[in-house]
Design a protein around this ligand. Structure first.
Ligand code: NAP
Length: 458
């Protein structure tokens, strides 16, 4: 895949960027390693000052960066701006909290292990490789980089090949804020070159956010080199509406959960599972709202849904919908690509899926919702848990017993009650099953790339 900006709204190639040569890659890893050696000697206060300055840079450049995101991957401009602001907030969060999250923790009864004192401390690991996707070109990187750098690690970034300008903006961000030069270095390389980077002895660990095949490959190479990996992979999250729910509110939120980021979010509600008693009411309202969305130029602030990021991504979505249609599913709205340039797809709702429809098991990465009628609560849980994914989930209910049961029995890394899944820096984020392993964000995410050192003193 060429490293290039192809504007998904027009389909036109705006910029092609030469990949880094092997020597350049080795040099850039060296810069990050030198930065890591310096960073681990700096104080939290010093790193926090640099991190806050970097956050200020993001805020100062917010409108330009937002436009760049929209041009490279097609997100509606208001959402791009929100992504920049959210990234700056996460940077300030870790500037404020890192020292607390990584504080030494005393063992409460050292005499039990024959010590006068015993405690644990967190130390940085060194240079962490981040392999990142295009769907949140800034946020995905910052939610790795802010905690990693505040812990005293450095990073090298292999960003998705279709967002090279965002990748290069990130390359200079931390240097300009005062961090040791090279604290986050972008490597302009393809997926096939990642194996050699993981193998480099200067790389301590790897984090990947992306698809299952990429995760499988990166994790197995990391395993060969006994290097830690965190994997944030795909999802096909259930959005469950039970009999006691506020159906109108659920339908309104369901639309946002499905079409935010043009439907290309790992934590989007993708499968809408509705109790039979409220199914017709929900289906009617949800379909009406999906059909009313404005599809168009993502730089136009009145647009709700822009194009998909790539032509290949749209092709995958078309195949999933056509598979369902051919097998007899009902298309309630959408189900086609509008006749215009760019990689657009109409907001779509599909019901009556037969058991062998690919949409039941596979992730729809675009504005396509599948609807399921649940006979009862047992059936809703069965439908929710029937995929190989386990990222997040949402359940709508006003019944306390139902709430307890679904929180306990949903196979997912998170459950959102009477809302939609969102990622906040305060909340641990990550999945189970084929959605990956490890966590990002909050304290637990920051500790993933630290050495938890036990200290024992006679
Ligand atoms: P992708 O193809 O896996 O790309 C993600 C990153 O991995 C890109 O930088 C890509 O580089 C690289 N890559 C691809 N194949 C690789 C390989 N064999 N070895 C090493 N690196 C490789 O993912 P995508 O289709 O662009 O992104 C969408 C997927 O990401 C969806 O499944 C979505 O659910 C998931 N996602 C998950 C989360 C989460 O937090 N769980 C968040 C966002 C997205 P190139 O661009 O050069 O191919």
């Amino acid at each position: 895949m060429a490293i290039a900006t192809v504007n998904p709204t027009s389909g036109k190639t705006e910029m092609i960027i030469e990949p880094h040569t092997r020597d350049e890659v080795l040099d850039r890893i060296g810069q990050a390693a030198a930065a890591a050696a310096t960073l681990r000697t700096t104080t939290f206060a010093q790193r926090a000052e640099w991190m806050r300055r970097a956050a200020d840079f993001l805020d100062d450049q917010a409108s330009g960066l937002a436009e760049l995101i929209t041009v490279e991957m097609g997100k509606p401009i208001a959402q791009s701006l929100a992504e920049v602001r959210k990234s700056a907030r996460a940077m300030r969060f870790y500037a404020d909290k890192a020292e607390l999250f990584l504080a030494d923790a005393p063992l409460h009864d050292p005499s039990a292990v024959n010590a006068s004192r015993a405690w644990t401390r967190y130390e940085p690991l060194g240079v962490i490789l981040a392999v990142m996707p295009w769907n949140y070109p800034l946020w995905q990187v910052i939610r790795f980089a802010a905690p990693a750098l505040m812990a005293g690690n450095a990073g090298v970034l292999k960003h998705a090949s279709n967002v090279p300008q965002c990748a290069m903006a990130l390359d200079s961000l931390f240097d300009n804020a005062g961090f040791p030069a090279g604290s986050l270095r972008t490597l302009l390389i393809g997926g096939a070159d990642v194996a050699e980077v993981i193998a480099d002895p200067r790389i301590a660990a790897v984090t990947l956010t992306g698809s299952e095949p990429a995760g499988r490959s990166v994790a197995s190479i990391a395993g060969q080199h006994i290097k830690k990996a965190v994997l944030e992979l795909g999802g096909s999250d259930p959005f469950i509406v039970l009999r006691s729910a506020d159906v109108a509110a659920a339908a309104e939120t369901a639309v946002r959960a499905r079409v935010g980021n043009n439907g290309q979010s790992c934590i989007a509600g993708k499968r809408f599972i509705v109790h039979t008693d409220v199914y017709d009411e929900f289906a009617q309202e949800f379909t009406r709202l999906m059909a009313e969305l404005t599809v168009g130029d993502p730089l136009d602030p009145t647009t709700d849904v822009g194009p998909l990021a790539t032509e290949a991504g749209r092709e995958d979505l078309v195949e999933l919908v056509e598979d369902a249609r051919a097998k007899g599913a009902t298309i309630l709205t959408g189900g086609h690509a509008p006749d215009r340039p760019g990689w657009f797809y109409a907001p779509t709702v599909i019901a009556d899926l037969p058991d062998d429809a690919r949409l039941i098991q596979e992730e729809a990465f675009g504005p396509v919702a599948s609807l399921y009628r649940a006979r009862d609560d047992d059936d809703a849980l069965r439908l929710a848990n029937q995929t190989g994914f386990g990222l997040s989930s949402a359940v709508w209910t006003t019944d306390a017993d139902q709430e307890r049961r679904f929180v306990a029995e949903l196979d997912a890394g998170a459950v959102f009650i009477n809302g939609m899944t969102v990622s906040y820096q305060e909340l641990p984020f990550g999945g189970i099953k084929r959605s990956g392993y490890g966590r990002e964000l909050a304290a637990v995410g920051q500790r993933e790339f630290c050495n938890l050192k036990t200290v024992w003193k006679a």
